[in-house]
Design a binder for this molecule. Structure first.
Ligand SMILES: NC(=O)c1ccc[n+]([C@@H]2O[C@H](COP(=O)([O-])OP(=O)(O)OC[C@H]3O[C@@H](n4cnc5c(N)ncnc54)[C@H](O)[C@@H]3O)[C@@H](O)[C@H]2O)c1
Length: 223
């Protein structure tokens, strides 16, 4: 059994993760950390093999660093913080605990990023439109920034700015529009329910301890 603590357990994603962990036969939910529940991460960390963090951009790096220093693997889904800051913390931490970060745990979004890289090699000019619910704190989304990085690495040219739409009714959506002579090609992914992220989160919980590097970004590395 893998002992799991969820950090941000009272939040929209945290609640969905708690439910998914409770439903997994090989996992046990041993703690729900969240200031909204009056439970500090530090007070439940010791019971965990893996902590899953879906909190805020301001707290994610400190939370993950505390896990790694305690020898607990960290799976981070929070977005909007500086990934390089967390990389430095993970690589500098004592012990052997692993840190895995994914800006998007939905398989469809990972496939959108992959196919976008292939398209960019032939149709480099593109724009990204990301659409999320109106409570989302960061813009552009972590997924959009990661998609842009991958497209640029594949030779594409992502026009600025990335377009961010925030509206009630939306969950998490992204479209990449490529333009060529006399043609466009659009690729779109829609997470219409937070359950879309759960298979990816559970996969990361199962695999984080086996990762060869101390710090890994992107669900594509686990597929
Ligand atoms: N990687 C993905 O696939 C993915 C998918 C959806 C959302 N997200 C990201 O996940 C994060 C959370 O999103 P949400 O919609 O659940 O937000 P939310 O506001 O509903 O929940 C965040 C929770 O974190 C708690 N929190 C704040 N500080 C904390 C701390 N120090 N320790 C523990 N808990 C703390 C808050 O009280 C709140 O309950 C955001 O950054 C969002 O962009 C990522």
């Amino acid at each position: 059994m893998i002992s799991v603590v969820v950090s941000g357990a009272a939040g929209r994603m945290g609640q969905a993760v708690c439910e998914a962990v409770e439903g997994a036969e090989d996992m046990e939910l041993v703690g729900r950390a969240d200031p909204a529940l009056g439970v500090e991460l530090a007070s439940v960390l010791g019971d965990a093999d893996v902590v899953v963090d879906f909190t805020t951009p301001e707290t994610a790096v400190a939370n993950a660093s505390a896990c790694l220093e305690a020898g607990v693997h960290a799976v981070v889904g929070t977005t909007g913080f500086d990934t390089e800051e967390l990389r430095a913390a993970a690589e500098g931490a004592s012990g052997e605990a692993r840190c895995f970060v994914a800006p998007n745990f939905a398989i469809g979004a990972v496939l959108l990023m992959e196919v976008s890289q292939r398209i960019a090699a032939h149709m480099p000019e593109c724009e990204i439109v990301e659409l999320h619910h109106d409570k989302k704190l960061d813009a552009p989304s972590g997924t959009a920034r990661r998609t842009a990085e991958l497209i640029e690495a594949a030779g594409g040219n992502v026009h600025e700015p990335i377009h961010s739409v925030r509206l009630s009714g939306l969950v998490a959506h992204q479209e990449v529009i490529f333009g060529g002579e006399g043609q466009t090609l659009s690729v779109r992914h829609d997470s219409i329910d937070r359950r879309s992220f759960m298979p990816g989160v559970l996969l990361a919980v199962r695999r984080v301890g086996e990762l060869p590097e101390r710090f890994t970004v992107g669900l594509e590395n686990l597929l």
